[in-house]
Design a protein around this ligand. Structure first.
Ligand code: HEM
Length: 126
């Protein structure tokens, strides 16, 4: 089990920042995901840092600026198929490996939780 928050176990602000940077570097090159995302991912990266911070038990940065996450509702404008969810998770899995964070258990726990969340975002079968 993990002592303290997942946020702390991942290295706090620095850890989340590294994960998000590595993740969108991969999203921006993934043929399944490129068409969904804006060309400039600056703001997307910023929002994801805020979200993952609170998702991992850190300060509620996302809610403070944008209100309740309502993550599934926020994704409804985008057709998210099982293939796209798999692509998202593939980018995240490779990003987490590239980060070489010290706490393996924490990384695994994050990936598991994100797998469930990604599956929950599926809103289209085609
Ligand atoms: C926003 C795609 C899963 C968190 C977005 C955007 C797209 C997208 C296209 C809009 C980007 C922008 O306009 O800046 C996807 C796809 C997923 C997925 C294809 C596959 C399952 C997830 C998951 C999480 C997540 C699992 C949780 C960690 C967010 C957040 C935003 C966002 C926080 C910003 C929402 C806002 O604009 O306020 N996503 N997403 N997404 N996504 Fe996802």
């Amino acid at each position: 089990y993990l002592k303290g928050t997942l946020y702390d176990a991942l290295g706090g602000e620095r850890g989340i920042e590294t994960i998000v940077e590595q993740f969108y570097d991969r999203v921006s090159e993934h043929p399944e995901l490129i068409p969904l995302f804006p060309d400039d991912l600056t703001d997307t990266r910023r929002k994801q840092k805020q979200f993952l911070t609170q998702f991992c038990g850190g300060p509620a940065l996302f809610t403070r600026e944008h209100g309740h996450p309502r993550l599934r509702a926020r994704h409804l404008p985008f057709p998210i198929t099982p293939v796209k969810a798999e692509a998202w998770l593939d980018c995240m899995g490779r990003a987490l490996q590239a980060c070489e964070l010290e706490n393996d258990k924490a990384v695994q726990e994050l990936y598991q939780r994100l797998t469930l969340t990604a599956q929950h975002m599926i809103n289209s079968q085609v």
